[in-house]
Design a protein around this ligand. Structure first.
Ligand SMILES: [Zn+2]
Length: 576
């Protein structure tokens, strides 16, 4: 038998060899990248020199000489030694809504309260009296740490209702006109999971924390279709320019309609996994899932992803739910959105229906509440859980759920030392955003204390337990720039290079590991690691050619690295 095969293969070789020599049977493909340093992002950290692409997919990865000999490409790109990686997958981004928000009053990087007020004053000149002024991006920790108040805004906008959301999205800042329209006065009770901040005399200050923002935001009209379109164009442009080819988006089920329109018009240059809202009833979530399925979108381009909820607020706003009070605020342990019992009940119900659940949890208490809820779901619905191997049938014949939910916790920012291993035990993904660490480090230690801070932004420690750690940006809370994420992950320094040697440097990752978190791990977090996230045969051709070799340059050079080419679905969609 073996002999026979040998004879046949010899004969075949003889048949094709002469043609190969003269290059006549070179396989026709659409794109060949050669003469580069191809970081495949596989587990071994393998590199290659060339990538062959045909249509949407990668057909070969290897040596320049081998691939040049084998393929004839419509488009050939000589990489000149440049680094190629898989396209970035932003595992947590407010992609569409964030871009739409930037079209309003943008307070990102307003260095002083006066600057923020000036930007509002400029907007007042553009609108009619009585018209709403909305915006986001302010950060009072840059202004001395004291929350601003309604009177600050009344001074520049006496005749317009104004509502400005903090950079983290968890605190709103309203002027008197907006409070009046929302009927918020001395007697208004704070809603569950929120707080209307009051002054010494009991009057609302204009600061609305967490769910209390809804009292005002409910009055503000949704963005117009024109604004949504403009936001989409802006978001997609940013993604192409930063080498982002996949987004796990937190813009809401309704936005899938617009994504679908862009997909049909062949303008959707990222793969979108859109999240549903955990707060919606199970019946509504299922209705959305059924309705979405009826559109028969190409799931590799547009799909429904996790069901996203909130357990608590943020550290910056001191609304994160903590096991013990903040070190710089002895009477404050944050604001959980709801009771642990209620949260667990909701997790169990949604898990039972096969939804992948992802929960925003910042404080150590919030992370524990989420883990407790997942544990309960696992034991209650365990009959459907696959616990090992690829068996889908238990010995007693009970069919198990093949599609393990891979539930997630978003941010996993402050975790009690005893809870790290519970992520691994329960198979919970820790979806983290390194940029948060270098933005928050200014005050994180005083807020958490010298011991608790050791369990904060601990992506390396988390990984040491075998936990999957995808990376995202949380844009517009941080810049959507993935190079900033990589820089933060490997340096633990802010963009000015502080502190020397890095903040809590034991949490630094190698660049290879950081790239893998932003590509492969992100794909894993959305069940897509078999089709994207690494450079291998059969994967979608989502690739970035970088201006510098991220794997060898000094950390500060990472921040000025940029794509030369962004290739999406086998097509060059951006060229520097
Ligand atoms: Zn977010």
């Amino acid at each position: 038998m073996l002999k026979k095969i040998l004879v046949i293969s010899l004969a075949l070789n003889l048949l094709v060899l002469p043609n190969v020599v003269f290059g006549q049977t070179k396989q026709k493909i659409s794109l060949l990248l050669f003469n580069g340093k191809v970081f495949t992002a596989d587990t071994l950290g393998s590199t290659a020199e060339a990538v062959a692409v045909d249509g949407e997919k990668i057909v070969a990865v290897g040596k320049t000489s081998d691939l040049k000999a084998k393929y004839q490409a419509v488009k050939e790109i000589d990489l000149g030694g440049k680094l190629v990686t898989p396209g970035f997958n932003d595992a947590h981004v407010h992609f569409l809504r964030g871009a739409v928000a930037l079209l309003n009053v943008n307070l990102t990087d307003a260095k002083t309260l006066a600057e923020a007020k000036a930007r509002v004053a400029a907007k007042v000149k553009e609108v009619k009296p009585g018209e709403w002024i909305v915006g986001r991006g302010w950060d009072h920790t840059l202004w001395g740490g004291k929350f601003p108040s309604r009177t600050d805004l009344d001074a520049v906008a006496p005749a317009n209702p104004v509502f400005l959301v903090r950079v983290d999205g968890h605190v709103g800042w309203a002027n008197s006109k907006a409070l009046e329209l929302a009927k918020i006065d001395k007697n208004t009770k704070s809603p569950e999971g929120g707080e209307i901040e009051r002054d010494a005399s009991g009057e609302a200050t204009g600061i609305l924390k967490e769910t209390s923002q809804g009292l005002v935001s409910a009055l503000i009209a949704q963005p117009s279709p024109e604004q949504m379109n403009k936001g989409m164009e802006l978001a997609l442009k940013m993604a192409r320019e930063y080498g982002i080819t996949s987004v796990q988006d937190n813009s809401g089920y309704e936005t899938t309609k617009l994504y679908r329109e862009f997909l049909k018009a062949d303008k959707l240059t990222v793969r979108v996994s859109e999240w549903q809202n955990f707060e919606d009833s199970v019946a509504e979530l299922k209705r959305q899932r059924d309705e979405f399925a009826s559109f028969k979108d190409n799931p590799s381009r547009l799909k429904l992803g996790a069901v996203k909820g909130y357990v608590d607020g943020t550290l910056g706003s001191k609304t994160a739910a903590m096991l013990a009070p903040f070190s710089d605020d002895a009477n404050n342990s944050g604001i959980p959105r709801r009771s642990a019992e209620e949260l667990t009940k909701m997790i169990v119900e949604r898990d039972k229906e096969g939804f992948q659940i992802t929960l925003h949890a910042i404080g150590d208490k919030a992370n524990r509440m989420a883990l407790d809820g997942f544990k309960e779901a696992k034991s209650k619905n365990s009959i459907e859980f696959v616990t090992s191997g690829s068996e889908n049938m238990r010995s007693d014949g009970v069919k198990m759920r093949l599609n393990f939910p891979r539930h997630r916790i978003e941010h996993a920012q402050v975790v009690n030392p005893s809870d790290f291993k519970r992520f691994a035990e329960l198979g919970i993904i820790a979806s983290m955003q390194p940029s948060h660490a270098i933005s928050d480090k200014r005050w994180a230690e005083s807020r958490l204390g010298e011991y608790r801070v050791l369990g904060a932004y601990a992506w390396h420690f988390m990984q040491s337990y075998g936990v999957h750690v995808p990376f995202g940006t949380d844009f517009p809370v941080e810049s959507i720039n993935p190079y900033q994420t990589l820089y933060a992950a490997v340096s633990r320094q802010d963009t000015d290079g502080d502190p020397q040697g890095g903040w809590q440097p034991q949490e630094k990752l190698s660049m290879a590991a950081a790239i893998r978190c932003h590509t492969y791990e992100s794909a894993y977090a959305e069940f897509a690691e078999k089709e994207k996230g690494t450079i291998a045969v059969g994967m979608f051709a989502d690739l970035v050619v970088h201006s510098r070799d991220l794997l060898t340059i000094e950390p500060k050079e990472i921040l000025t690295t940029e794509p030369i080419y962004t290739i999406f679905n086998g097509r060059v969609v951006y060229q520097k």
